[in-house]
Design a protein around this ligand. Sequence first.
Ligand code: ATP
Length: 261
Amino acid sequence: VAEPEIGTLGTAGVTLADVGGLDDVKKRLHLSFLSPLHNPELRLRFGKSLRGGLLLWGPPGCGKTLIARALAGELGARFYEIGLSDVLDMWIGSSERNLRSIFDTARRNRPCLLFFDEMDALGQKRSHLRGGGSAMRGVVNQMLAELDGAATDNEGVFVLAASNHPWDIDSALLRPGRFDRTVLVPPPDRAAREAILRFHLRGKPAENLNLARVAKATNGLSGADLALICEQGTESAMDESMISGRLQPITQRHLEDATRT
Ligand code: ATP
């Protein structure tokens, strides 16, 4: 494969403050990555290693990718997003090579954060590779070698992965030193929904919004659903502005209409 593109663009300016709610997840990221990095003396004193990856899991659209991007922002690291289905290749040996080239590129561009989406593609159940289970073993072994091989120096390469169904992931990948910490990224609760709505409407012309009310009425929706409500509310207000010839701010009605569609 061609060298993966470095996704610095997406990272620019995104920090954990841009992630609405999810306080437990943020706390975990502080404990595992940010505090040890920012307190090198304490880290040495406690012998805390920076090895090992973190697996974010949970339903789609609830912020896993956003969190990974935001962590890269906090770390001042480049961000590579890799869909594992892009890595896997039918040809025996190619998937391993693809994976090696991704890690090599990452090591040349540290500090960086590698984010593997669809991690469950690395599991026997999903094996569609020619050669079946044994071909999958080869890819899993390559991933293990890249993560914890004695010859690899991963200083400054942070690894996160995400999955909607982590139980399908090959269990060797979840052992200590690998993706050994799993963090649930749940659907947003009411406070988180309000924070997400506020984030997606920031800086836009708006009038008398009661976001707490919208948050209350959107139980069960994901962050991506809420982003869409804000987008639809924005489009309606823009449309009315164009028709009336003067700026019509986003109102409660726009958002409530959008929640019903
Ligand atoms: P998938 O499993 O489908 O890859 P995901 O969990 O990675 O989904 P994201 O891509 O991070 O989901 O979220 C989709 C979009 O929803 C984000 O780009 C963002 O606009 C919005 N979003 C989700 N969660 C949050 C949140 N907690 N705060 C702010 N925006 C959010």
